[in-house]
Design a protein around this ligand. Structure first.
Ligand SMILES: Nc1nc2c(ncn2[C@@H]2O[C@H](COP(=O)(O)OP(=O)(O)O)[C@@H](O)[C@H]2O)c(=O)[nH]1
Ligand SMILES: [Mg+2]
Length: 211
Protein backbone atom coordinates (compact mmCIF):
# COMPACT_ATOMS: atom_id res chain seq x y z
CA UNK A 1 0.00 0.00 0.00
CA UNK A 2 1.58 3.27 -1.10
CA UNK A 3 -1.04 5.81 -0.19
CA UNK A 4 -3.52 5.83 2.65
CA UNK A 5 -7.00 6.24 1.22
CA UNK A 6 -9.41 8.06 3.48
CA UNK A 7 -12.96 7.99 2.14
CA UNK A 8 -15.58 10.47 3.36
CA UNK A 9 -19.07 8.99 3.21
CA UNK A 10 -22.52 10.05 4.29
CA UNK A 11 -25.91 11.27 3.18
CA UNK A 12 -26.23 14.24 0.88
CA UNK A 13 -25.78 17.72 2.42
CA UNK A 14 -24.46 16.63 5.79
CA UNK A 15 -21.27 18.63 5.27
CA UNK A 16 -18.80 16.06 3.90
CA UNK A 17 -17.20 18.45 1.42
CA UNK A 18 -17.24 21.29 3.92
CA UNK A 19 -15.44 19.22 6.53
CA UNK A 20 -12.81 18.09 4.10
CA UNK A 21 -12.38 21.57 2.74
CA UNK A 22 -11.92 23.03 6.20
CA UNK A 23 -9.42 20.34 7.06
CA UNK A 24 -7.39 20.61 3.87
CA UNK A 25 -7.70 24.35 3.38
CA UNK A 26 -7.99 25.63 6.94
CA UNK A 27 -7.03 29.17 6.08
CA UNK A 28 -9.73 29.62 3.51
CA UNK A 29 -12.15 32.28 4.60
CA UNK A 30 -15.55 30.96 5.44
CA UNK A 31 -17.49 30.70 2.22
CA UNK A 32 -21.20 31.35 2.29
CA UNK A 33 -21.57 28.13 0.36
CA UNK A 34 -19.24 25.74 2.13
CA UNK A 35 -18.00 22.77 0.23
CA UNK A 36 -18.01 24.53 -3.10
CA UNK A 37 -14.26 24.44 -3.69
CA UNK A 38 -13.44 20.79 -3.45
CA UNK A 39 -16.26 18.68 -4.65
CA UNK A 40 -18.21 19.25 -7.77
CA UNK A 41 -18.30 15.79 -9.29
CA UNK A 42 -19.59 12.52 -7.99
CA UNK A 43 -16.31 12.11 -6.20
CA UNK A 44 -13.13 14.05 -5.82
CA UNK A 45 -9.68 12.90 -4.76
CA UNK A 46 -7.41 15.28 -2.92
CA UNK A 47 -3.93 13.92 -2.62
CA UNK A 48 -1.81 15.43 0.11
CA UNK A 49 1.29 14.64 2.06
CA UNK A 50 0.39 15.27 5.64
CA UNK A 51 2.21 15.09 8.98
CA UNK A 52 0.97 12.29 11.22
CA UNK A 53 0.97 12.46 15.01
CA UNK A 54 4.33 10.58 15.05
CA UNK A 55 5.96 13.41 13.08
CA UNK A 56 6.24 11.40 9.86
CA UNK A 57 4.79 12.76 6.65
CA UNK A 58 2.64 10.32 4.74
CA UNK A 59 0.77 10.64 1.53
CA UNK A 60 -2.99 10.48 1.92
CA UNK A 61 -5.73 10.42 -0.68
CA UNK A 62 -8.82 12.09 0.73
CA UNK A 63 -11.79 10.94 -1.27
CA UNK A 64 -14.88 13.09 -1.12
CA UNK A 65 -18.01 11.36 -2.36
CA UNK A 66 -21.44 12.51 -3.29
CA UNK A 67 -24.63 10.73 -4.24
CA UNK A 68 -22.96 7.36 -3.93
CA UNK A 69 -25.64 6.20 -1.53
CA UNK A 70 -27.83 6.08 -4.63
CA UNK A 71 -25.47 3.71 -6.40
CA UNK A 72 -24.85 0.50 -4.43
CA UNK A 73 -22.20 -0.82 -6.83
CA UNK A 74 -20.20 2.38 -6.63
CA UNK A 75 -20.53 2.49 -2.87
CA UNK A 76 -19.09 -1.00 -2.71
CA UNK A 77 -16.12 -0.02 -4.84
CA UNK A 78 -15.37 2.92 -2.56
CA UNK A 79 -15.57 0.79 0.52
CA UNK A 80 -13.40 -1.93 -0.98
CA UNK A 81 -10.74 0.51 -2.07
CA UNK A 82 -10.71 2.66 1.08
CA UNK A 83 -8.33 2.10 3.98
CA UNK A 84 -10.09 4.38 6.46
CA UNK A 85 -13.49 6.03 6.57
CA UNK A 86 -15.03 9.22 7.86
CA UNK A 87 -18.78 8.58 8.03
CA UNK A 88 -20.68 11.82 8.45
CA UNK A 89 -24.21 12.66 9.51
CA UNK A 90 -25.78 15.97 10.51
CA UNK A 91 -26.97 16.23 14.10
CA UNK A 92 -30.10 18.03 12.93
CA UNK A 93 -31.08 15.25 10.53
CA UNK A 94 -32.12 11.91 12.02
CA UNK A 95 -32.36 10.29 8.62
CA UNK A 96 -28.75 11.11 7.90
CA UNK A 97 -27.80 9.31 11.12
CA UNK A 98 -29.70 6.21 10.00
CA UNK A 99 -27.84 6.37 6.69
CA UNK A 100 -24.52 6.75 8.50
CA UNK A 101 -25.25 3.68 10.63
CA UNK A 102 -26.16 1.68 7.53
CA UNK A 103 -22.92 2.79 5.88
CA UNK A 104 -20.89 1.68 8.91
CA UNK A 105 -22.65 -1.65 8.75
CA UNK A 106 -21.77 -2.02 5.07
CA UNK A 107 -18.17 -1.19 5.80
CA UNK A 108 -18.04 -3.88 8.49
CA UNK A 109 -19.69 -6.36 6.12
CA UNK A 110 -17.08 -5.73 3.45
CA UNK A 111 -13.99 -5.17 5.57
CA UNK A 112 -14.76 -7.60 8.35
CA UNK A 113 -16.21 -7.31 11.82
CA UNK A 114 -12.90 -6.32 13.42
CA UNK A 115 -12.16 -3.44 11.09
CA UNK A 116 -11.44 -0.41 13.25
CA UNK A 117 -10.65 2.43 10.86
CA UNK A 118 -14.02 4.16 10.86
CA UNK A 119 -14.78 7.41 12.59
CA UNK A 120 -18.40 8.45 12.91
CA UNK A 121 -18.86 12.22 12.74
CA UNK A 122 -21.89 14.24 13.84
CA UNK A 123 -21.51 17.52 11.96
CA UNK A 124 -23.41 20.83 12.30
CA UNK A 125 -23.19 21.06 16.09
CA UNK A 126 -23.68 24.81 15.68
CA UNK A 127 -27.32 23.96 14.95
CA UNK A 128 -27.93 23.26 18.58
CA UNK A 129 -31.61 24.11 18.67
CA UNK A 130 -32.30 21.88 15.67
CA UNK A 131 -30.56 18.83 17.14
CA UNK A 132 -32.38 15.58 16.38
CA UNK A 133 -29.63 13.09 17.23
CA UNK A 134 -28.34 13.18 20.79
CA UNK A 135 -24.73 12.50 21.66
CA UNK A 136 -25.84 10.07 24.36
CA UNK A 137 -27.94 8.01 21.96
CA UNK A 138 -25.01 7.69 19.58
CA UNK A 139 -22.63 6.74 22.36
CA UNK A 140 -25.09 4.12 23.60
CA UNK A 141 -25.58 2.63 20.18
CA UNK A 142 -21.92 2.49 19.27
CA UNK A 143 -19.60 -0.39 19.88
CA UNK A 144 -17.40 0.09 22.91
CA UNK A 145 -14.34 0.65 20.75
CA UNK A 146 -16.08 2.85 18.16
CA UNK A 147 -14.56 6.18 17.18
CA UNK A 148 -16.80 9.18 17.31
CA UNK A 149 -16.51 12.93 17.05
CA UNK A 150 -18.83 15.90 16.67
CA UNK A 151 -17.92 18.88 14.53
CA UNK A 152 -19.05 22.11 13.00
CA UNK A 153 -17.55 22.77 9.59
CA UNK A 154 -19.33 26.10 9.65
CA UNK A 155 -17.69 27.34 12.84
CA UNK A 156 -14.51 25.27 12.41
CA UNK A 157 -15.09 23.31 15.59
CA UNK A 158 -13.19 20.03 15.93
CA UNK A 159 -12.42 19.82 12.22
CA UNK A 160 -9.07 18.09 12.70
CA UNK A 161 -10.26 15.61 15.28
CA UNK A 162 -11.82 12.95 13.02
CA UNK A 163 -8.77 12.86 10.80
CA UNK A 164 -6.30 12.75 13.65
CA UNK A 165 -8.29 9.94 15.21
CA UNK A 166 -7.90 8.00 11.98
CA UNK A 167 -4.19 8.79 11.74
CA UNK A 168 -3.72 7.60 15.31
CA UNK A 169 -5.69 4.49 14.49
CA UNK A 170 -3.49 3.96 11.45
CA UNK A 171 -0.35 4.22 13.59
CA UNK A 172 -1.78 1.71 16.04
CA UNK A 173 -2.36 -0.69 13.17
CA UNK A 174 1.18 -0.14 11.90
CA UNK A 175 2.53 -0.89 15.37
CA UNK A 176 0.40 -4.04 15.48
CA UNK A 177 1.22 -5.46 12.03
CA UNK A 178 4.37 -3.67 10.95
CA UNK A 179 3.25 -2.50 7.52
CA UNK A 180 3.61 1.18 6.81
CA UNK A 181 2.94 3.19 3.69
CA UNK A 182 5.79 4.95 1.99
CA UNK A 183 6.70 7.87 4.16
CA UNK A 184 9.38 10.38 4.79
CA UNK A 185 10.66 11.57 8.09
CA UNK A 186 9.74 15.06 8.93
CA UNK A 187 12.72 17.21 8.03
CA UNK A 188 11.61 20.18 10.04
CA UNK A 189 12.39 20.45 13.70
CA UNK A 190 10.19 18.45 16.01
CA UNK A 191 8.61 21.55 17.43
CA UNK A 192 7.54 22.73 13.99
CA UNK A 193 6.22 19.28 13.21
CA UNK A 194 4.28 19.08 16.36
CA UNK A 195 2.69 22.40 15.66
CA UNK A 196 1.18 20.29 12.89
CA UNK A 197 -1.55 21.82 10.98
CA UNK A 198 -3.09 18.68 12.42
CA UNK A 199 -2.57 19.19 16.06
CA UNK A 200 -5.92 18.20 17.43
CA UNK A 201 -8.56 20.63 18.44
CA UNK A 202 -10.15 19.74 21.68
CA UNK A 203 -12.17 16.69 20.73
CA UNK A 204 -15.81 17.07 21.50
CA UNK A 205 -16.30 13.37 21.87
CA UNK A 206 -14.14 10.43 21.17
CA UNK A 207 -13.81 7.14 22.90
CA UNK A 208 -10.26 6.51 22.00
CA UNK A 209 -8.68 9.80 21.30
CA UNK A 210 -8.25 12.41 23.95
CA UNK A 211 -5.80 15.26 23.93
N1 LIG B 1 -24.98 25.05 9.97
C1 LIG B 1 -24.06 24.31 9.34
N2 LIG B 1 -24.11 24.16 8.04
C2 LIG B 1 -23.16 23.40 7.43
C3 LIG B 1 -22.10 22.81 8.17
N3 LIG B 1 -21.34 22.10 7.30
C4 LIG B 1 -21.89 22.26 6.08
N4 LIG B 1 -22.99 23.05 6.15
C5 LIG B 1 -23.88 23.47 5.07
O1 LIG B 1 -24.58 22.30 4.62
C6 LIG B 1 -24.76 22.31 3.21
C7 LIG B 1 -24.16 21.05 2.61
O2 LIG B 1 -22.74 21.07 2.79
P1 LIG B 1 -21.80 20.20 1.89
O3 LIG B 1 -20.44 20.28 2.45
O4 LIG B 1 -21.96 20.54 0.44
O5 LIG B 1 -22.43 18.75 2.16
P2 LIG B 1 -22.17 17.37 1.41
O6 LIG B 1 -23.29 17.18 0.41
O7 LIG B 1 -22.27 16.33 2.48
O8 LIG B 1 -20.82 17.42 0.78
C8 LIG B 1 -24.07 23.59 2.72
O9 LIG B 1 -25.07 24.58 2.56
C9 LIG B 1 -23.13 23.97 3.83
O10 LIG B 1 -22.92 25.36 3.88
C10 LIG B 1 -22.04 23.02 9.58
O11 LIG B 1 -21.17 22.56 10.32
N5 LIG B 1 -23.05 23.78 10.12
MG1 LIG C 1 -20.19 17.22 -1.21
Amino acid sequence: MKVLKVVVLGADKVGKSSLLEKFLLPDNPLQPNLGSTLSKDIYNVNSKTVPFPDGVHRRVDFIDTSDICEFPAMKRVYIQSGDAFVVVYAIDDARSYEIAKALCEEIYNIKGRYFTSIVLVGNKIDRRSGRRVSTEDVMNEMEETGLYSETSAKLSVNIKCPFIILFENYLQNVRANGHDIKSRRCTKSKSVCSQLQFQADKPFRSRLYTV
